[in-house]
Ligand binder design. Structure first.
Ligand code: NAD
Length: 329
């Protein structure tokens, strides 16, 4: 079986590719090595893939290329049994500065892949969507897939457009597509510019963790292993074809509580630092995962405290190479 993972040098795609290789599947990674954060982290991920592929005698190909390149994308999709489309310009805040670029990569790039998949016998096309498609909420409540989608950031709009195209290609062309709406994913090799990596790396370096706003925002943080499990299930079921499905942990926490707990563990003498809140950031995220449970038997294994403990353990073991790259980003 041959899996194409776009964005496979990145955080989530990197873990997916690693898991597929570990199972002996052939994997092609397409990644443009976008310098959104230090490329050393992505190069490390590709090295890990090559090592696992050697150990498992599976075929691994890394293609340094762009999802906006239709000819390339068409060639790669033609060889694949499954496409896991994770490539994107990620991050809410930078999308406010460059909405058009987000649209080109996240929407046009997705369309290129869907078009390439249209006339093939692809087993499944899995699209990485986001909780940001729900947008801001007046009142706090878990997000269900039946809720309105009213994204407030250019990033959220682009992720929703890609998701709707994936669903439309299922409706109109019968392409087996599934969109997984990830809720803030964290874990080993995570992007440096996210709350948990920021809190841990700053505390480890004697600098106060930075909380945006008053920190009473809540997040449903999802540990990477649970996200990988949801994706792997899609290798073996068509139950979610044509659907958008939440993938969260349902265990929410206030940002300032999380920052304080990490600080208490790693650098108890530090005070939290507060910075101005970004308007495009959601106040609360909380996944209703009933649909994922029903269609994918999804049952996340990690509470936020268990996942953070695993991340800190991994961080300590990998501090030598990872920390300088996080701090450089
Ligand atoms: P990431 O930035 O680590 O990975 C994305 C990868 O896409 C990067 O390696 C980047 O080089 C690549 N890329 C960017 N532009 C490209 C292009 N034009 N052509 C080919 N490759 C390109 O981010 P991530 O956190 O691993 O996110 C993966 C996916 O999950 C994204 O689609 C993102 O929108 C989605 N998502 C992530 C989270 C999260 O919390 N991490 C939450 C919701 C959704």
């Amino acid at each position: 079986m041959h899996v194409l993972v776009t964005g496979g040098a990145g955080f989530i795609g990197g873990h997916l590719a690693q898991s597929f290789l570990g199972d002996g599947h052939d994997v092609t990674v397409l990644d443009a090595m976008d310098p959104f954060y230090d490329l050393g982290i992505k190069r490390h991920t590709v090295d890990v893939h090559e090592r696992i592929a050697d150990d498992n005698e599976s075929n691994y190909r890394f293609v340094d290329g762009d999802v906006r390149d239709q000819a390339l994308v068409t060639e790669l999709v033609a060889d694949a049994d499954y496409v896991y489309h994770q490539a994107a310009k990620a991050g809410v805040r930078p999308s406010v500065e460059a909405p058009r670029e987000y649209n080109e990569v996240n929407v046009d790039g997705t369309l290129n892949l869907l078009d390439a998949a249209r006339d093939t016998d692809l087993e499944r096309f899995v699209y990485a969507s986001s909780s940001s498609v729900y947008g801001g909420r007046e009142e706090y409540a878990p997000f269900a897939e039946t809720d309105p989608t009213l994204p407030v950031s250019p990033y959220g709009v682009s992720k929703l457009a890609g998701e709707r195209y994936a669903c439309a290609y299922h409706e109109v062309y019968g392409l087996p597509t599934v969109a997984l709406r990830y809720f803030t994913v964290y874990g080993p090799r995570m992007r440096p510019n996210m709350a948990i990596s920021n809190f841990v790396s700053r505390c480890r370096n004697g600098e106060p963790p930075v909380v945006y706003g008053d920190g009473t925002q809540t997040r449903d943080f999802t540990f990477i292993a649970d996200v990988v499990d949801a994706n792997r299930t899609l290798l073996g079921t068509d139950a979610a074809d044509g659907e958008a499905v939440n993938v969260g942990s349902t265990d929410t926490i206030q940002i300032r509580t999380l920052a304080a707990e990490i600080r208490d563990q790693l650098a108890p003498d530090l005070e939290l630092e507060f910075a101005e809140r970004y308007d495009a950031d959601a106040e609360h995220t909380h996944a209703d995962t009933a649909k994922a449970q029903e269609l994918l038997a999804y049952d996340p294994d990690h509470t936020i405290r268990e996942g953070v403990a695993k991340f800190i353990e991994w961080y300590e073991r990998n501090r030598e190479w990872y920390e300088p790259l996080v701090l450089a980003s």
